[in-house]
Design a protein around this ligand. Structure first.
Ligand code: ADP
Ligand code: MG
Length: 288
């Protein structure tokens, strides 16, 4: 039977907008010692803005942003949204003949007879296309038109206001390690890790690499300790499923992630995690 105290704990958490899907997860939360956060949409707002366009090989800024916007037409990635917003014009769907999204890389599309690619260094490397290596403050989306490097778009995101506080609170509760895992570049990850006060970060990861990091962290903990992973569910559902406690953030996150998650934080605040841990620990004391 389930001790009564758990219902109190689950109810208290729910009133804070933290849905715990069972007493076993509340119990696990009280033993969390390692916390890993996804970056985009979890520690950062996930609201990207185009801050710079650099052209190469005779392309114009207008051309680059138009090709990129069309190629990203079917993508919901925050980078795609920023590019479409910067373009600002209606997209004629009929022009988009083919579209493929490559997780952790970018997109490829055929606009009438023109092949366009938009994505990171890894995407261009995959297709053997020479490009600039940029160290800029922001995420770089390279644009390739018919196999020719056309330049890059810089897209910037900002940290959520309560992210540094979330980390401080977790440390105050005795969590040993707070880390970030991201598919974004090392430069971007390092800048954000510094701003937020994270212990470690892992960058340039594919969704499946994130699972491996969780497995690596698992080897660092003692038997009774638990690992929490917090993501927004956009391509991190496998990690949410793999962690001892998978947390999905944002009620508007993907359905798959919300279903897979052990805990759902209804609003977008990372600082709800330490609150959840506090409630879990208090509940433990009442139960035992
Ligand atoms: P995160 O771990 O920050 O949530 P993702 O795994 O969603 O990042 O993506 C990792 C990287 O892959 C992005 O930083 C970007 O460089 C590239 N990428 C993914 N999807 C797209 C897209 N639709 N357009 C351009 N680049 C993309
Ligand atoms: Mg993500």
């Amino acid at each position: 039977s389930i001790p009564l105290g758990y219902f109190g704990g689950i109810g208290r958490a729910a009133r804070e907008g933290i849905l715990v899907k069972g007493s076993n997860f509340l119990d696990a939360l009280s033993k969390a010692t390692i916390v890993a956060f996804d970056k985009t949409g979890t520690l950062t707002k996930g609201v990207f803005k185009v801050t710079k366009i650099e052209t190469r090989n005779g392309f114009s800024k207008e051309e680059i942003i138009k090709f990129a916007a069309l190629a990203e037409a079917h993508s919901n990635h925050p980078i795609a949204k920023a590019i479409k917003e910067a373009y600002g014009k209606e997209i004629n769907e009929a022009e988009i003949k083919e579209h493929e999204e490559i997780a952790g890389h970018g997109v490829r599309a055929r606009i009438d007879s023109i092949e366009v690619m938009v994505g990171n260094d890894r995407l261009l490397h995959k297709f053997n296309i020479d490009h600039d290596t940029c160290h800029v403050k922001g995420t770089v989306a390279h644009v390739v038109v018919n196999g020719k490097y056309a330049g890059y778009i810089v897209i910037s995101d900002e940290i959520k206001e309560d992210a540094p506080k979330a980390v401080r609170e977790l440390k105050r509760l005795g969590v040993k390690k707070v880390v970030m895992v991201t598919g974004d570049s090392k430069d971007v990850a390092e800048a954000i890790a510094k701003q937020i006060g994270l212990d470690e970060f892992y960058a340039e990861l594919l969704p499946e690499d994130k699972v491996e990091i969780i497995e690596k962290l698992e080897k660092e903990k003692k038997d009774d300790e638990k690992i929490v992973f917090v993501g927004d569910g956009i391509n991190d559902a496998p990690v949410i499923a793999r962690a001892d406690i998978g947390v999905a953030m944002g009620a508007l996150g993907s359905d798959a992630a919300i279903e897979t998650a052990d805990v759902v934080i209804m609003d977008d605040k990372p600082s709800k995690l330490p609150i959840g841990i506090k409630i879990a620990r208090r509940t433990q004391r009442i139960v035992w």
